[in-house]
Write a protein of this length. Structure first.
Length: 533
């Protein structure tokens, strides 16, 4: 039987006449436009060499570069250095495309044949991994753009980023994975906008790269045991990572898929008012990621999420929220009609009591009232709180904290609709958000001050702003993203008047100053803390 030929063997070589030897010898370097490309030719001690004239960094013409005796070409714009025989980058990032040349009857011919798909794909992924490890944002963008141009599945960049990172997250999931789910939603909505789609991919990969940069691997246990929900919930409660991971591995071994774990994850996430709502939000995002990227990502994403559950803080165990458990025991006793005004300005204890007072009402009505109460809080956040210096650590509250009242609410609606027995926990924890944030509000401005006419168009403008957010921190960008998308989902559940309040609150968040580093406050709190040691 004849041996099948590889792709490399079946390629048709594409040779082009470039220039004469005499033309190149006259200057030692020459650029020629061939088949729509700029090709640079150099006379070197090792013979004639050809490469892409555009530096792969920022496009500076390499014929303006410097060539050493050992055939190293330096781009003088940012000092990137390339070996002209191989294209290897000696100082910088991206490789340089080099081309074979031949001399035929005193004329120089260049081979512009594209390499096989598989070879180019491997090189792109190898280079993307380098850019990922270096957290080189621009280079990540270029490599993903090359992946798109190659005709490969661009979502492979996201799949690889998960595989490269999941064991480097010491305490499990971060906003990077959750943000990826929302960036993917925008990616699908921007099917006709190539630039916007690239933004979504690059932001997803770069955020993960930032979160795991220079992190070591934190391996997971390899034991497996048949999945049992009661044992799983106990393991989470006991902060027993080894046991929880073993149970999940056993479930995966036995063929369980995300939907088989979803109820258990939702119950674990709502077992406490924990991790400032992240746990439940992340459950919804895990489902979205697996749906979009494939079941092959379930194991790394699920194990990382479970690790996050094990290490999650349990705020209902601190004094401020200690009344949560007692109020949960009373659920169902109250018969009051829920209205958002019942929670306005109330602290944690009274917010919990107000929720119980409405607990006989349909859960969806209590939910809408609490959502609206949290929207009023977002609308009324005291911006001056950001500039206060002499406040206790418990006063370190900012815009991002307030947005969680909305994003957590959206997760509550989604998961409690699937598992109605969890409504009491979800609603009481929404009341916890209200109570915590209410003390950092002032009289809310009029919603109409932040409305622009057509609600749907205004929401779309907010989403479009996210695609060119201008934020230096991924954590801020992803809060803009997830808050806008959560508000868009929840406005669909509200009447026009209530939806306008939520929209106005989100608009105010987008348009207001957001202070992240409070140098003097940190100095003040540190001096106070150390002085009491």
């Amino acid at each position: 039987m004849a041996r099948s030929r590889s792709k490399a063997e079946t390629l048709q070589r594409v040779w082009h006449r470039a220039l004469s030897l005499a033309e190149l010898d006259a200057t030692g370097v020459k650029m020629k436009r061939i088949d729509g490309r700029q090709i640079a030719f150099f006379v070197t001690p090792d013979g004639i060499r050809a490469c892409n004239n555009r530096c792969p960094h920022e496009g500076y013409p390499l014929v303006e570069g410097s060539l050493s005796r050992d055939c190293v070409l330096t781009c003088n714009w940012h000092n990137w250095k390339f070996r002209l025989d191989s294209g290897e980058n000696l100082f910088g990032g991206d490789r340089l495309r080099v081309y074979p040349v031949e001399i035929r009857d005193d004329e120089i011919w260049v081979d512009l044949t594209e390499r096989p798909f598989d070879e180019r794909y491997r090189d792109i992924m190898r280079s993307l991994r380098d850019a990922f490890d270096d957290y080189s944002y621009d280079r990540i963008a270029r490599e993903i753009a090359r992946l798109v141009r190659l005709g490969a599945d661009p979502l492979d960049a996201l799949r690889h980023a998960i595989q490269w990172s999941w064991q480097k997250m010491e305490f499990g999931w971060t906003h990077a994975y959750a943000g990826m789910a929302d960036w993917l939603l925008l990616y699908d909505e921007c099917a006709d906008d190539e630039e916007a789609r690239l933004v979504c991919l690059v932001e997803s990969v770069a955020h993960i790269a930032y979160d795991v940069r220079r992190e070591a691997d934190y391996p997971y246990g390899e034991d497996a045991a048949s999945f049992d929900e009661a044992q799983f919930l106990t393991a989470i409660e006991d902060e027993d990572e080894a046991r929880a991971i073993a149970l999940v591995r056993g479930g995966l071994r036995d063929g369980l898929v995300f939907s088989d774990f979803e109820g258990s994850l939702s119950r674990a996430a709502l077992a406490h008012y924990n991790d400032f709502g992240h746990a439940l939000i992340y459950v919804t995002k895990l489902g979205s990621l697996v749906d979009r990227l494939g079941e092959s990502l379930l194991q790394p994403l699920l194990l990382s999420l479970v690790r996050g559950f094990v290490y999650a803080s349990r705020e209902d165990k601190i004094p401020e929220f200690r009344g949560y458990a007692a109020q949960l025991d009373k659920w169902g006793a109250g018969k009051r009609h829920p209205e958002a005004a019942q929670w306005r300005g109330k602290g944690i204890g009274k917010s919990l009591q107000a929720a119980v007072a409405c607990s006989a009402a349909p859960a969806e009505k209590v939910y809408r009232a609490l959502l609206l109460a949290n929207a009023w809080n977002l609308l009324g956040f005291d911006i001056e709180q950001q500039d206060k210096v002499r406040v206790p650590v418990s006063g370190n509250v900012g815009w991002l904290d307030f947005t969680h009242g909305i994003t957590f609410a959206s997760a509550v609606r989604q998961q409690c609709a699937r598992y109605p027995e969890l409504w009491p926990q979800g609603l009481l924890q929404m009341a916890c958000f209200n109570g915590r944030n209410a003390s950092f509000t002032v009289a809310a401005p009029k919603p109409e001050d932040w409305l622009e006419g057509d609600p749907e168009a205004q929401l779309q403008r907010l989403v479009e702003r996210v695609l060119d957010h201008g934020q230096g921190e991924h954590i801020v960008a992803v809060h803009l993203l997830k808050t806008a998308l959560a508000a868009r989902r929840e406005i669909e559940q509200l009447d026009a008047a209530d939806g306008a309040i939520l929209l106005a609150a989100v608009q105010r968040f987008f348009d207001s100053p957001l202070k992240r580093r409070r140098a003097r406050r940190t100095a003040y709190q540190s001096l106070q803390f150390v002085g009491r040691e």
